[in-house]
Design a protein around this ligand. Structure first.
Ligand code: GCO
Length: 443
């Protein structure tokens, strides 16, 4: 299906902690992920991101492969503690220099840099002061964003403020399965409100500092459906959708928190100060929708506050990826239609979509046909949404190379490019060549 409108942005995505390594190189401070991933029992097979894909030293090689594949847009994140090692205060010139070199090399090869300001790696010194549960994080984050705009804003025009606030607050501050490993409703609600404040405040800082900027922020967005046909299951799905898909986008859109559909959110009250309602809103130029799968939900009195539980893909015996996520391409269509209804945002980009499947090297090649099928089916659904009137203007594959998949370590491989971690050798998978050809046929 050819793209009727020109200027559709095809790209790939990555994140600092998942690829860079160089965890303490050239003045970089510790992040919460440096600490969490080196804490026994937290990560699959006690793996960590200390070296990861060694991108800190091999970025020119990887970006050169991107250029060879004619991928024109590259989304990557900046590690806050590489720029400001303690989170506030002194700027690390070597950290600034690293990202200047990355940005300049992208531009030299004709690749547009899309920068995510926060992809989960909070400076550890700030966590020691409460991290996202401390309202001071709004000031800490605003100062960090301003530093990034001062040094990079002359060349970086595409900015994303946060990556998936639902995930880093929910899994990191409620479930305890991601950094910093905190648990409980109070820490989650405090972190969630302060993150919601930061996504808007960060947008205001970039807009005030960078001329001709296009500012967005990203949201995890699983398509939520009721498992059964009962009204109880339908209402349970509404509650889970309010938590997983609406909690951050609606205050940003000036609609406030979705308290009517999830009463538990009334407990945000103690963290909300006078004037916050207005400060939560910001007219982003775009939003990044990040979809991988769908979830099916049934009512469950055993789960307090939510009265709902997810029926796993495995229990439903459907096709899944290595992450045990159902392969459900229609889900990305549904989420694009859903997010397109928030009229305060001018356009949408799919800033993450991809799949982890087992990759087998056969005679030096990786014929990852499952991943090609997954990408082809999902891109088809994205273009279907565009054809049906959704103002979606780009698609970024997660991820360019295999990388550190958080608590799952290096087991899940999402890349278009295979990484042999012991040797750090790169092998372009067939999906990488497929994507390159697809982009060139659909400019
Ligand atoms: C996320 C993060 C990525 C993940 C990817 C696969 O969406 O959770 O942005 O860092 O690695 O989505 O889970």
């Amino acid at each position: 299906m050819s793209i009727t409108e020109k200027d559709f942005k095809w790209g790939v995505s990555s994140a600092a902690y998942q690829i860079e390594g160089g965890w303490n190189a050239e003045g970089k401070g510790k992040s919460i992920w440096d600490v969490f991933a080196n804490t026994k029992g937290k990560i699959h097979m006690s793996q960590n991101g200390n070296t990861a894909c060694d991108y800190f030293h091999q970025y020119t090689h990887d970006i050169s492969i991107m250029a060879r594949l004619k991928i024109p847009n590259y989304r990557f994140s900046i590690a806050w503690s590489r720029i400001i090692p303690n989170g506030t205060g002194a700027v690390n010139p070597d950290g600034i220099d690293f990202y200047n070199r990355v940005i300049d090399f992208c531009l030299e090869l004709g690749i547009e840099p899309w920068v995510t300001l926060y992809h989960w790696d909070l400076p550890y010194e700030l966590e020691k002061k409460g991290g996202w549960t401390n309202r001071e994080v709004i000031n800490w984050f605003s100062d960090y964003v301003e530093v990034c705009t001062i040094y990079f804003g002359d060349r970086v025009k595409r900015w994303m403020i946060l990556n998936e606030p639902m995930v880093f607050t929910g899994v990191g501050y409620f479930l305890g399965r991601h950094a910093p490993g905190r648990k409980g409703l109070k820490s989650f609600l405090a972190a969630a409100h302060h993150a919601a404040m930061c996504q808007a405040e960060g947008g205001r800082v970039v807009r005030s500092m960078v001329e001709n900027s296009r500012i967005g922020t990203t949201f995890s967005s699983s398509y939520i459906m009721p498992y059964g046909h009962s009204s109880k299951d339908s209402n349970a799905a509404i509650r889970i959708d309010a938590l997983m898909n609406r909690l951050f986008v609606e205050p940003l859109a000036g609609l406030g928190y979705p308290v009517n559909d999830l009463k538990m959110l009334q407990r945000l009250e103690p963290f909300i100060k006078d004037g916050d309602e207005q400060k939560l809103a910001f007219d982003m130029d775009f939003i990044g929708v990040q979809n991988y799968t769908r979830e099916m939900v049934s009512c469950s009195p055993l789960i307090p506050l939510l009265w709902a539980r997810i029926i796993s893909a495995k229990a439903r015996e459907v096709e899944t990826t290595v992450m045990n996520w159902e392969v459900y391409p229609e889900g990305i269509y549904e989420m694009l239609v859903k997010f397109s209804k928030y009229k305060s945002f001018k356009e949408i980009f799919v800033t993450e979509n991809g799949a982890a499947f087992p990759d087998i090297i056969d005679n030096g090649k990786i014929c990852d046909s499952q991943r090609i099928n997954y990408l082809d089916q999902h891109i088809h659904q994205v273009l279907r949404a565009k054809k049906d009137g959704v103002n979606v203007n780009g698609y970024f594959v997660w991820s360019f190379t295999d990388n550190f998949e958080w608590a799952e370590g290096y087991k899940p491989r999402f890349g278009l490019v295979y990484i042999d971690y012991p040797t750090q050798k790169r092998i372009i998978k067939e999906s990488g060549y497929w994507y390159s050809t697809f982009i060139q046929r659909n400019p």
